[in-house]
Design a protein around this ligand. Structure first.
Ligand SMILES: Nc1ncnc2c1ncn2[C@@H]1O[C@H](COP(=O)(O)OP(=O)(O)OP(=O)(O)O)[C@@H](O)[C@H]1O
Ligand SMILES: [Mg+2]
Ligand SMILES: [Zn+2]
Length: 355
């Protein structure tokens, strides 16, 4: 005879591999129903973009099979938790996790990574926002294929534009097309704060912020005024890019912003004709950097014409009908970033307060 106690005991042997604890302790098992030898239950993941879902499913089936369950029906849910402790004075109370995408050097692919990361998280079922914090060179509207003027809500907030399931805000929406944006430092910081405060983001699992290059006012304001759950650094393999990302890392550490890891973009070019890989910007810069600073290395995104074309056409690589080599890596990157945030959330005290 299957009992609820026996089921929970068996499931205590199933680990959430990233979090290193069992799924019962993590309160991931819900709605257990027993009908004779059949069991149905819901497993509530810590993110819909969980990279380890298959592994967990396999272990759950094995554990329940081991105590005589002949039939196991699993429903999946997800409850994203906060990685940064929520602050009462937070500008964005409905946003659970803020992910800032940063680099030292310009042109390494922050905006491309931001757009694809946000889109990939949304494709996996998360509620996602994307804030273009590059006030003087906003590229996100083009890359996401959004234009127009955001409407105001009845409460007088700015309603973000939505594309690919992602809520998008950029300064570009508020200036006449083709007009250069010349702002001085303090204004830039003010604009970003205003975007956080005055935009109706609603409830978001993840807000991805695309930062301008360098360690400018935008980064500093942001680091000071919002609880960044994790900064994702972007570099190319090239020495100059790595040297610059070093400065960005130092700045985040000085400001006590957690840096979750680094991704290397434009890692190599794989020839679509013969499959040969050419390391146009050299190799290994990102990985060596990660090792040196004890950061997670999120791998290398290849140079892929679909990223460039998609960026120019407003269709992020991960949203394209036929994903290229970069899109595969970017989908995986999004899941690993989400998993990293779940791990950070689980490390918060008190453990697993669901907010
Ligand atoms: N993996 C890639 N494969 C091919 N092209 C890429 C890749 N990553 C980025 N690009 C292209 O390189 C250019 C620069 O990328 P992007 O604008 O994302 O960089 P950035 O770091 O945001 O730049 P900036 O510092 O100016 O904000 C874009 O034209 C983009 O389409
Ligand atoms: Mg950019
Ligand atoms: Zn070739």
């Amino acid at each position: 005879m299957l009992t609820e106690t026996a089921i929970f005991d068996a499931l205590r042997n199933v680990q959430e591999p990233e979090l290193g604890r069992d799924i019962v302790t993590l309160q991931m098992v819900k709605d257990v129903v027993i009908e004779g030898p059949a069991v149905s239950l819901t497993i509530e993941l810590t993110t819909p973009a969980c990279p380890l879902k298959d592994e967990i499913e396999r272990d759950v089936r094995a554990a329940l099979g081991g105590i005589g369950a002949a039939e196991v029906a699993i429903a999946w849910g997800a409850m994203v938790r906060r990685a940064a402790p929520s602050q009462p004075q937070s500008l964005v109370p409905g946003v659970k996790n803020i992910i800032a995408v940063a680099s030292g050097k310009g042109g390494v692919g922050k905006s491309s990574v931001s757009a694809n990361l946000a889109t990939a998280l949304a494709l996996d079922g998360a509620s996602v926002g994307l804030l273009d914090a590059d006030i003087t060179g906003p590229n996100i509207p083009l890359m996401m294929g959004v234009e127009g003027a955001p409407a105001a809500t009845p409460e007088g907030k700015i309603r973000p534009l939505e594309r690919y399931g992602v809520k998008v805000i950029s300064i570009q929406f508020f200036v006449p097309e083709g007009q250069p944006i010349v702002w001085r430092g303090p204004l830039v910081g003010g604009a970003i704060q205003q975007f956080l405060r005055d935009v109706d983001w609603g409830e978001l699992d993840y807000l991805v912020i695309d930062l301008p290059p360098g360690t400018s006012d935008a980064q500093l304001t942001l680091a000071q005024s919002v609880p960044i759950g994790g900064a994702l650094l972007v570099t190319t393999p090239q020495d100059v890019a790595v040297a610059d990302v070093e400065k960005a890392l130092a700045m985040f550490r000085r400001m006590s912003v957690p840096v979750m890891g680094i991704v290397e973009n434009m890692s190599a070019f794989v020839c679509p004709h013969c499959g040969e890989a050419t390391e146009i910007f050299g190799r290994g810069g990102g990985e060596a950097f990660a090792k040196r600073h004890e950061l997670e290395y999120f791998g290398g995104i290849p140079i892929d014409v679909k990223v460039r074309q998609g960026g120019d056409a407003g269709i992020p690589a991960v949203a394209q009908r036929e994903p290229g080599p970069a899109a595969v890596v970017l989908r995986d990157l999004a899941r690993r970033v989400a998993a990293r945030m779940s791990v950070r959330a689980a490390q918060q005290v008190p453990v697993l307060t669901i907010s």
